[in-house]
Design a protein around this ligand. Sequence first.
Ligand code: NDP
Length: 291
Amino acid sequence: MTAKRIDGKIIAEALRARVAKEVAELAAAHGVVPGLTVVLVGDDPASQVYVRNKGKHTADAGMRSDTIRLPAETDQQTLLATIGRLNADPGVHGILVQLPLPAQLDSLAVIQAIDPDKDVDGLHPVNAGRLAQGLPGFVPCTPLGCMIMLEGEIADFSGLEAVVVGRSNLVGKPIAQLLLAKNCTVTMAHSRTRDLPAVCRRADILVAAVGKAELVRGDWIKPGAVVIDVGINRFPLPDGKSRLIGDVAYAEGVEVARAITPVPGGVGLMTVACLLANTLTAARRRLGLSG
Ligand code: NDP
């Protein structure tokens, strides 16, 4: 069997188009244009690229896009004051602080300073709590993207065995919560899990969010499983460039799974599209409309 390749480009494009249409409808009906403000501290080259990309897609979807650039030596008080201003600004529906922050800044305190109803990255503990309790909130963008991909492949999640490898607040834990909410039987695996291959082999849905290139081998995958590879690992090439590799050995997995996401071209492309969707949701909720 050769697995279906779950194409992140196509799914992300469709989501961005849907968001753009709904943004136009919201503006026409209510005169409100959703606005996302990204705060970037310092000049980390990778962060600069991510922020530019977010800004472009936000504007392409017809939303207001602002970026606040602060110098690398910014202190905590200045950053908190910036967030306070954005919390109070009615034109700002979503706030995203680009991580990682320079070492002198306390990331957790910064995230906690964001109004949870503008926390479109879904990282505020209030939003993690809402997710755990099944209340409306914001789900982090990458896990949301994973679920959209899974929903395209699986009609009925009820009772399926789901294994999530990785337990970060950013990826593993929220994905596990989303799968639980879909009535899967969820196992969370991590670096202390005993016999990880055997645990993975139980999975009808296997999500790898580890950050270890090709950790998950083909013979760890249950035949017919749906596999979501969140991992992004840089493999250096002799010419000084690098190639991206996932946490799953794709060439092996594709022979066993029913459907599998590639790296690149999979989950990574969904993250920004889900950020746009969350920003639209924030604007709708402010108007008292359903998210
Ligand atoms: P973290 O480093 O925060 O978490 C990694 C998790 O993997 C931890 O829970 C860790 O366990 C677990 N782990 C580490 N080694 C092993 C192992 N040998 N066996 C089993 N579990 C292990 O990473 P993130 O969750 O932030 O990211 C995971 C991957 O996803 C990375 O490659 C990252 O680049 C990628 N990513 C991709 C995104 C996208 O847009 N596609 C967005 C965000 C992340 P323990 O808790 O015990 O230490």
